[in-house]
Write a protein that binds this ligand. Sequence first.
Ligand code: GLU
Length: 300
Amino acid sequence: MPISTIDTPGSYRGRIAPTPSGLLHTGHARTFWMAWHRCQVASGMLVYRNEDLDPLRCKANLTDVALADMRWLGLHWQEGPDVGGPHAPYHQSQRTNFYLQAWKKLLARGHIYPCRRSRKELRDYAQEKGLDAFDPVFPEDWRPNDYDREVPSPNNDHAWRFKVPIGKRVVFVDRNPLVGEKSYVCGEDFGDFVVWRRDNVSAYELAVVADDAAMGITEVVRGEDLLLSTARQILLYDALGLAPPAFFHCPLLLDEEGRKLSKSLGSRSIAENRDCGVDPIEWRLRFQEDYDALAKGIRI
Ligand code: GLU
């Protein structure tokens, strides 16, 4: 393995976890290819998990497109929605019971509380105080003093937030040497975050931790835009008494103006490239070159 350490051969379990809320673009392709590649090098098992958590944004036809995109790219996996496996179901929309169990554990251990504050309220508050209004830190004094801990299950009445240990530093060493050691302070870099949404759906942070743990994932490979999420997720692992996996965060692909590619900016999708007859071998070669550069410590 040219880059950072990897688990003992054969014990590696990786995953790719596309969200079918829009067409996937080249940036997704490169990150998922790197996840697949690291798993190949480690002779590991790869799980394809369909992250269709959000019932409003995710569409079944986009799940099919994402699977076809990944197959076109030449990726293959040992477990997934199309091939089955011991950890089925592989659609997050069908795994609510796993998330509920985790929610119950967090409630019983006093880690979460109900919250009726809206995102807008939080943004307005940050703006008023001259703080970061893009990803505002939830103010500590908005925590309720008391609340009912006998709630049998979440409902549409309010969201649930995780109470972060204020002042605690979350430190982890990324397996991508260009990322290296990361350190975030709870209450400064991020505040109490939502684990269960007001529309009665598990939030991304909780679902991913519950799934990665249940599926025995040993290394999570994903985009650098999720570094802060990793810090939050490490807190969740700790609160649930689970060991976190290793992490490898890939650099994001940027457009000519230096903006990250995104579904909302209308970056050209993998599906469009497929339809135009682009040869996936060209992509694979480019991604391999990028990965080899990373291994040499060169920013890509
Ligand atoms: N579902 C996310 C995506 O489509 C990835 C989340 C993760 O890897 O934890 O980019």
